[in-house]
Design a protein around this ligand. Structure first.
Ligand code: FEO
Length: 396
C-alpha cells in the first residue's frame, strides 16, 4: 500500500496484510485480513505515529520515503507496544537517529523487554502535550484499552484522534476512509474486533470514554491502527462503543453446541424452536462448523446463551471445551444461560458446562437438560419447553 494523504500534511503510511487469517495466535480468525496503520505528520518537525508488524518494516520504510527521508523524523509516538504495532520499531529507530520517542512508562518498559531498545524515550502522562510546529499533540493514557501501555494521541489542529487499537477493524483494503467501503461489512468487522479484543475491558472503556469526552475534543477523524479511518460515521462508532462497553444486550440467544451422534444437535434444534416460539431471536451454532470469532461477535449483544455437548471421556467434547475456555475470558456481564447434552452412561458434560457458566459470572436461570443416548419424544418436548421458558426469562 502506498502512502496516502489523510488531511493537510498527515499521511497514512501503513501496510496491508492481505493473507493473515490467524491473529493473536489462534484467538482471532481474520477472514478479511488485517492492516497495520502508521501515520506521518509533516509539520515544522516530522512525527511518526506508531510503526507496523516487523514483517512489514521494509514496506513502511518505502512508504515513508515517498514523503520524507527517515533521518528527518524527529519524533516517534508509540501508542501501543503490541508487536503488530511495534515490531518494526527496532529497524525504524536505527534509521531515525534524530528521533525522540514518546509513549507511556509501560511502553518504555515493554519496548526494552521485547527488543532491548527504546530510543531516546520520554514517558508521558495523561494530558501532557508536545508542540510540533502548527500542531500540538496531546497524549491520553488509556491503560487496558487494551494493554497496560495503551495511549491515544490527539491533534487539535487537524481534529484527529489517533486511537490505536480502539475503533479498529480487521479489514484489509487499499481504501482508507470508512465511507469508501461497504458500511455493513465495516461495522460487522468493528463489532467482531470489539467482541474479541475489547469485550473484557468494557467498564474501563466506559470510564475512559467519559474522561475523553470531558476533554471536549473536537474530532473530525479517528485514525485507528487497524482498518479504515472513521470520517463519516464517527458518531455511530462512538455510540456503538458506549453501547458495547455498557454491556447492553438485545433479546436474542446464541445456542452453541458440539455433538457426537446428532443427539445433542437434535436437542439444540428443539431448544431453538422453543425460544423462537416466544418471538425471541435464537441462532444455532455448531461450534465445529462456525468461526468462534464470528460467534463472539453474535454473543456480544445477546442476552442469553445456551451451551450443549455430548459427554465423551467424562467431559464435554474438545472443541466446545476450547470455546468455553475462551468465553470465560470475555467476562460477559448480565447474561443468562443454561446447559444441555446427551450422554451414554455418566453425563458429566452438562455439569462441567454449568461450572464454566458459573465461573464466567453468567446467571444460570433454569435446570439443565440431559438425555441418554438419543432423546425420546418426551425429552425433545422438554427441550422445547426449556427453550420457551428461557425465552420468557429473556423477555422478562
Ligand atoms: Fe493491534 Fe493490541 O494490537
Amino acid at each position: 500500500m502506498a502512502a496516502h494523504l489523510v488531511k493537510e500534511s498527515v499521511y497514512s503510511v501503513g501496510c496491508v496484510d492481505w493473507n493473515v487469517r490467524n491473529f493473536h495466535g489462534s484467538t482471532y480468525i481474520t477472514d478479511r485480513g488485517v492492516t497495520y496503520n502508521s501515520y506521518l505528520i509533516v509539520d515544522d518537525k516530522i512525527t511518526l505515529i506508531d510503526t507496523v508488524h516487523k514483517g512489514f518494516a521494509k514496506e513502511l520504510i518505502e512508504n515513508i520515503k515517498q514523503i520524507t527521508e527517515l533521518s528527518k523524523i524527529e519524533v516517534i509516538v508509540i501508542n501501543h507496544i503490541e508487536p503488530d504495532h511495534s515490531g518494526a520499531f527496532p529497524e525504524i529507530i536505527k534509521l531515525c537517529p534524530n528521533a525522540k520517542v514518546y509513549g507511556t512508562e509501560k511502553s518504555r518498559q515493554g519496548l526494552l523487554k521485547y527488543y532491548g531498545v527504546c530510543g531516546d524515550f520520554t514517558a508521558v502522562k495523561f494530558g501532557q502535550s508536545l508542540n510540533r510546529g502548527k500542531r500540538t499533540l496531546e497524549f491520553i493514557e488509556v491503560p487496558m484499552i487494551h494493554w497496560p501501555d495503551s495511549m491515544f494521541t490527539y491533534c487539535a489542529y487537524d481534529k484527529i484522534l489517533f486511537s490505536n487499537d480502539a475503533f479498529g477493524q480487521h479489514y484489509a483494503t487499499n481504501k482508507i476512509f470508512d465511507d469508501e467501503v461497504d458500511y455493513c461489512a465495516l461495522i460487522e468487522e468493528a463489532k467482531k474486533y470489539y467482541a474479541n479484543i475489547l469485550w473484557p475491558f468494557g467498564r474501563l472503556i466506559s470510564v475512559k470514554l467519559e474522561a475523553v469526552k470531558k476533554l471536549n475534543f473536537d474530532i473530525e477523524l479517528i485514525l485507528p491502527s487497524h482498518g479504515l479511518i472513521w470520517r463519516s460515521h464517527i458518531t455511530d462508532i462512538l455510540n456503538k462503543y458506549l453501547f458495547w462497553a455498557a454491556n447492553s444486550v438485545e433479546n436474542k440467544v446464541a445456542v452453541v453446541y458440539e455433538t457426537m451422534w446428532n443427539s445433542t444437535e437434535e436437542m439444540a434444534k428443539k431448544i431453538v424452536e422453543g425460544i423462537t416460539s416466544e418471538g425471541v431471536e435464537a441462532f444455532l451454532f455448531d461450534i465445529t462448523k462456525c468461526s468462534r470469532t464470528d460467534l463472539a461477535a453474535y454473543m456480544l449483544d445477546a442476552k442469553g446463551f445456551v451451551f450443549g455437548s455430548s459427554t465423551h471421556d467424562n467431559d464435554m467434547l474438545p472443541v466446545i471445551a476450547g470455546f468455553l475456555h475462551f468465553f470465560k475470558g470475555l467476562k460477559p456481564k448480565g447474561r443468562k444461560a443454561f446447559a444441555f447434552g446427551s450422554y451414554g452412561w455418566s453425563g458429566e458434560a452438562v455439569k462441567n458446562i454449568e461450572a464454566v457458566i458459573a465461573e464466567a459470572g453468567v446467571e444460570k436461570t433454569q435446570e439443565s437438560i440431559k438425555a441418554v443416548y438419543a432423546p425420546s419424544d418426551e425429552e425433545l418436548k422438554k427441550c422445547y419447553e426449556a427453550g420457551k421458558a428461557f425465552a420468557l426469562s429473556i423477555k422478562g
